[in-house]
Design a protein around this ligand. Structure first.
Ligand SMILES: [Zn+2]
Length: 288
């Protein structure tokens, strides 16, 4: 199956009351793991790629080739979107040119007028190729690829303005942050989420920083219009943990245990497992 944009999968998720997971990829193993999990869970999935990860993997075209090859090789028939995460203005255009099926333009660090202007331009460019667009209002806390957000709560009126620009989905800060949550985190701001939902007229919303948010909060967020949840750090943590266990057990020193196909296998399986757990939690299992 060819890559699809996020539009249909998020409208369906919004209507049926679940969320589609965006899992960020870092290399071949990661991509295989997320696709295998989606296939086995019969779930739609969004592969997230930050600009930093794109550089690491050898550019957008390399990623498009890798993902399209894997879809064919593994006979993946569930809907898969390849999405630029936190794209810059130029990055979003370049990802579209390279064959991504979806982009996020993160203009949250501009003032609202400039965010509006640039988001409008990206939407116009994306529509020519039927690419879905995610925009952002109110920066999300924590650090993502060197971009540090302060974790503000998005203004509902600004959300209304950006949602009206022809985008498909909106990321709005509601106290969520990237990376691990600190001990003193006060939780998601559901009052703000409710206002954002009201002001954006049923638009599917995105929750960034999905790692470590308690399950009951995830479910409440979905009930208030969150239809896409981004998971990145959690996959990295389980991959590192499984790999560390393998090495600490001395398995890389036994026989051909140093072979990367063996060395990276436990971490890769850990990513498959955690992605399936998240798909169950988000309610997207068997919704392909
Ligand atoms: Zn994010």
């Amino acid at each position: 199956m060819k890559l699809v944009n996020m539009k249909e999968m998020l409208i369906k998720a919004r209507k049926e009351g679940y969320a589609v997971g965006q899992f960020n990829i870092n290399n071949l193993e990661w991509t295989k793991s997320v696709l295998v999990a989606a296939k086995e869970s019969n779930s739609p999935v969004i592969l997230g790629v930050s600009e930093g990860a794109a550089k690491y993997m050898g550019g957008f075209k390399t990623i498009v080739g890798m993902v399209e090859g894997l879809l064919e090789y593994y006979e993946v028939t569930v809907p898969v979107a390849l999405h630029l995460d936190h794209g810059s203005y130029d990055g979003a255009k370049n990802a579209i040119d390279a064959g991504f099926s979806s982009v996020m333009f993160d203009g949250s660090h501009y003032d609202i007028e400039e965010n509006k202007q640039k988001t409008t331009e990206i939407v116009e460019y994306a529509k020519l190729k039927d690419i879905s667009v995610e925009a952002e209002v109110g920066s999300i806390g924590g650090e993502e690829d060197g971009v540090v957000g302060t974790g503000e709560v998005a203004d509902a009126e600004e959300c209304r303005m950006i949602a009206g620009l022809g985008i498909d989905t909106l990321a709005a800060g509601i106290g969520n942050i990237h990376g691990k949550y600190p001990e003193n985190w006060t939780g998601l701001n559901f009052e703000a989420l409710g206002k954002i939902q009201d002001s954006t007229d049923g638009m599917p919303l995105v929750l960034h920083g999905g790692t470590g948010i308690p399950e009951d909060m995830i479910k409440e967020a979905i009930s208030l219009g969150v239809s896409k949840i981004n998971v990145n750090t959690e996959c990295q943590l389980v991959f590192a943990e499984a790999t560390r266990k393998y090495v600490e057990a001395g398995k890389d020193l036994e026989g051909k245990g140093f072979d990367p196909r063996k060395l990276l296998a436990p971490g890769s399986q850990a990513v498959v497992d955690i992605v399936k757990v998240k798909m169950d939690l988000f309610g997207s299992t068997n919704k392909a």
